[in-house]
Design a protein around this ligand. Structure first.
Ligand code: AMP
Length: 217
């Protein structure tokens, strides 16, 4: 049962790869961003606290996101986990260690998706997803085959994230550089970090990640 972290700035492709691994390997995608967006949509106390912070592109408190992860891990005791967008700070990395040890799990890989930030802005501004099945698209790079119709489920309803605008994306990148990138040495010291070129095609990135998980590289 593998437990892996996908690390990289917003738009690096963490969500795309995590969703694929979940579908193909019976692992569970644990995305704190998705959990927080659900909480905001449902108007829960966590959602009410997180909404404005997320709209600014800043980070929600370590305690809130660590608690969300703990709950989801408990609900998926027999599945390998893909941490997507968590941990984002040193405190979260330490909290994750504890959450895993308490549950008899251990971290197998930290996969860093290495990307070019200016390209990322283009990738993020333009992305949208199906409101029914969640499949991700992009105006330029991955449009639907038939305009306005989801390739997968046929729905004609789509949504765009409120924080996918250029100003907020720049803040999210700055948060990544200031708070998330500095946790890499923490994992490097344990020999866990593997780097993948996140600018390559989705299938190429997928193949490289698969090789790491299968222990063939
Ligand atoms: P994401 O979907 O991962 O890009 O996350 C969207 C937003 O949710 C971020 O810009 C943060 O405001 C918040 N968020 C998601 N995950 C975390 C986390 N691990 N720690 C703090 N804030 C988070």
């Amino acid at each position: 049962m593998l437990n892996i972290i996908l690390l990289g700035p917003p738009g690096a492709g963490k969500g795309t790869q995590a969703a694929r691994l979940q579908a193909e390997r019976g692992m569970i995608q644990l995305s704190t961003g998705d959990m927080l967006r659900e909480a905001v949509a449902a108007g829960t106390p966590v959602g009410l606290k997180a909404k404005a912070i997320m709209e600014r592109g800043e980070l929600v408190s370590d305690a809130i996101v660590s608690a969300l992860i703990g709950e989801r891990l408990d609900a998926a005791a027999d599945q390998g986990a893909i941490f997507d967008g968590f941990p984002r700070t040193k405190a979260q990395a330490e909290a994750l260690d504890l959450l895993l040890t308490e549950r008899g799990r251990r971290l197998d890989h930290v996969i860093e998706l290495v990307v070019d930030e200016d390209e990322l802005v283009k990738r993020i501004v333009g992305r949208f997803s199906c409101a029914r099945c969640g499949t991700g698209y992009h105006d330029t790079f991955r449009p639907t085959k038939v305009a306005g119709v989801c390739d997968v489920c046929g729905s004609t309803e789509f949504k765009r994230r409120k924080d996918d605008n250029e100003a907020t994306v720049r803040t999210r990148m700055a948060e990544y550089r200031a708070k998330t990138q500095p946790i890499l040495p923490f994992y490097e010291a344990r020999g866990l970090v593997r780097r993948v070129d996140g600018m390559a095609a989705i299938e190429t990135v997928a193949a490289e990640i698969d090789a790491i998980l299968d222990g063939t590289v």
